[in-house]
Design a protein around this ligand. Structure first.
Ligand code: PEP
Ligand code: NA
Ligand code: MN
Length: 613
């Protein structure tokens, strides 16, 4: 340690550390030496600590306390306008071999990247507190708990992590007790303060680096304070790093919701569904069925870890502790379950609009638009403003146990046995409302060719069709071909009679006149019912080249103002549209080169032959 003035901080860190875990102490010392914070704080996860942190964030102007009569114990803050979404072009998978990062992610040689990052992190926490957050993704009493420790210089990140993951002293005790491995997850907003320099409400850096070292299982994130860039337990750990762990350990780390459905006969089914960001995962996860006698309960809305159980069933666990949902489009009419959870309070909102009575608002929250708001950037706003009041990627961050319809099995480390897997995207044409795969490999083919029009959840153009395999394009921690091969082969660990059925869905198809072909939201329960009846061998289907679609009268349309002809339009397989789609799939598969599993090129060939026949 060269800089003598730094010695006291380091000594204090080690002397007052609430742990004797040698690896953790060594890492904390190393990071504090590199980043040079004013002080080091070990997060215990307590209520009192949360109060202290949020008080400080209010004092600093990062957060505003909302009217407690409307949103108890809740806060809203706005980010820097240049720090509003995940930054995929700045996201790197630094595997030792470039081949292992694949074509879907950015790669750089890990040693070279470490050099760049060390320069950026050097002194990056000057004038700030360095927080050490022990966390676990999944249950603390899981058979093989997945630990992490995030070091961050953002109190906003600490407060948000407390909602999104199990954190604090209990976790630290368990890491010690098991002498467990933890993922070192290092985060800095990259905005050191000179002595006397006034801080800004949302410190960040123009330059951002979201970097994963899969072999080391470590994360370095620099320059952003926003969501998935900064709450490192979420996308960085639970998807990118965990997908690599899952490959090596024989399980699946996926971008999926988990939903429990109970039939009128009182039989429970569990559905896992992958959709790209901002395509309605949270709405489907919290759906209110519109069909008589069916009950829905949720287990998760974003991340799903699945492994085969001892009877060969595929079991799913949500490793998260909260919801980090896209606010716009979440409303009292479209998602009352989310709204009730949010209204209980204990939430942090980012980039939403503020109402004059100290509440929050976003497009789609209520049918009636308020006459006056403060928009997400702090400007006066009226409905005539001609711009949205909330940022399209604004978020609510809310504890999941505030959801009334949370399934009790959420708390079970063994999770639930999955009966059906859905892959879905946002497509105006071509993709039917629902298609049942012929078998597991055909389902993997569907997932591998999944496509969607891009949304505001990531920086970049909106509305462009892109392929997004299993909705994991931005989240795969290794080569996409290897990832698909893992999906194919991992099924060998399961009981072949109990493998989930796989379905491709599209809630967003348009009719010739431009309207939606399907009402969506709660009525999606009708599609789920059909899927379950297919599992039970009870519902009819029409075989098409791409798989099985519902016959017009096999979908339950009771109480719905929709004709069988309209259903036919929603599920039609149009050969002209598919001629285009097949070209798109061919181009997509060409990008995999050698690493495309041969089972999938065979699937494409058979599909082309079916259309040619
Ligand atoms: C995020 O961006 O932080 C996030 C939670 O991911 P998504 O884009 O999938 O909502
Ligand atoms: Na790459
Ligand atoms: Mn997501």
């Amino acid at each position: 340690m060269g800089d003598n003035a730094r010695q006291p901080v380091l000594d204090e860190t080690l002397k007052n550390a609430p742990t004797t875990h040698a690896k953790l102490l060594a890492w904390v010392a190393e990071v504090s030496e590199l980043t040079q914070p004013d002080s080091v704080y070990w997060v215990d996860g307590s209520e009192a600590e949360y109060k202290q942190l949020t008080d400080e964030l209010v004092e600093a102007g990062t957060l505003k306390r909302l009217n407690p009569e409307l949103f108890p114990n809740s806060f809203a803050g706005s980010s820097d306008p240049k720090d509003v979404a995940r930054v995929e072009e700045r996201t790197f998978i630094c595997s030792e071999n470039e081949r292992d990062s694949g074509f879907t992610n950015n790669w750089m040689d890990p040693a070279k990247m470490k050099g760049i990052l060390r320069e950026r992190f050097a002194g990056s926490m000057r004038g700030r507190t360095m927080y050490v957050i022990p966390f676990v993704m999944g249950h603390l009493d899981a058979e093989d708990p997945k630990f992490g420790v995030e070091i961050t210089d953002s109190a906003y990140v600490v407060a948000s992590m407390r909602i999104m993951a199990r954190i604090g002293s209990d976790v630290l005790r368990k890491i010690e007790e098991l002498d467990a491995f933890f993922v070192p997850a290092l985060h800095s907003v990259g905005a050191p303060l000179e002595p006397g320099q006034q801080d800004v409400a949302w410190p960040c850096n123009e330059e951002k680096w979201i970097v994963h070292f899969p072999e080391e299982r470590s994360i370095w994130s620099y320059g952003s304070g926003y969501g998935g860039n900064a709450l490192l337990g979420k996308k960085c750990y639970s998807l990118r790093i965990a997908s690599v762990m899952a490959r090596d350990e024989g399980w699946l780390a996926e971008h999926m919701l988990i939903l429990k459905l109970t039939s009128p006969e009182n039989k429970a089914y569990h559905i896992a569904a992958a959709f790209p960001s901002a395509c309605g995962k949270t709405n489907l996860a919290l759906l209110d069925p519109t069909i008589e006698g069916w009950k829905a309960e949720t287990l998760g809305d974003d991340i799903n870890w699945m492994r085969f159980g001892k009877d060969g069933e595929l079991r799913a666990v949500n490793p998260e502790f909260g919801l980090f949902g896209v606010a716009p489009g979440t409303g009292w009419s479209t998602n009352p379950n989310a709204m009730r959870a949010i209204a209980k309070g204990n939430s942090i909102f980012t980039n939403v609009a503020l109402t004059d009575d100290g509440g929050v608002w976003w497009e789609g929250m209520t049918d009636e638009v308020p006459e006056h708001l403060t928009d997400w950037q702090g400007n006066d706003w009226t409905p005539e403003a001609g711009r949205p009041a909330a940022h399209p990627n604004s978020r609510f961050c809310t504890p999941i146990d505030q959801v009334d319809m949370l399934a009790p099995e959420y708390h079970d480390p063994q999770g639930v046995a999955i009966d059906a897997i859905l892959f879905g995207g946002r497509r105006k044409t071509t993709i039917p409302l629902v298609t049942e795969a012929r078998d597991w490999t055909n389902g993997i083919f569907m997932g591998s060719t999944l496509s969607s029009e891009t949304t505001a959840a990531a920086a970049g153009a909106v509305g462009v069709v892109r392929r997004d395999p299993m909705a994991m394009l931005p989240f795969m921690g290794y080569d996409a071909g290897d990832y698909l091969r893992h999906w194919i082969t991992v099924s060998g660990k399961g009981n072949q009679d109990r493998l989930p059925k796989i379905f491709l869905v599209n809630w967003f198809r348009r009719t010739a006149d431009g309207g939606f072909a399907w009402p969506g939201f709660g009525d999606n329960s009708r599609v789920l019912k059909w899927a379950i009846e297919r599992i039970e061998g009870k519902a009819d289907a029409t075989e098409t080249p791409i798989g099985f679609v519902p016959t017009p009268d096999s979908l339950d349309l009771t109480g719905l103002d929709m004709t069988p002809e309209q259903v036919e339009e929603a599920v039609k397989v149009d050969p002209a549209e598919w001629a285009e789609e097949l070209k798109g799939i061919e181009e997509w598969y060409a990008r995999f080169g050698e690493s495309l599993p041969e089972q999938l090129s065979a699937q494409l060939k058979v599909l082309q032959e079916r259309f040619a026949a």
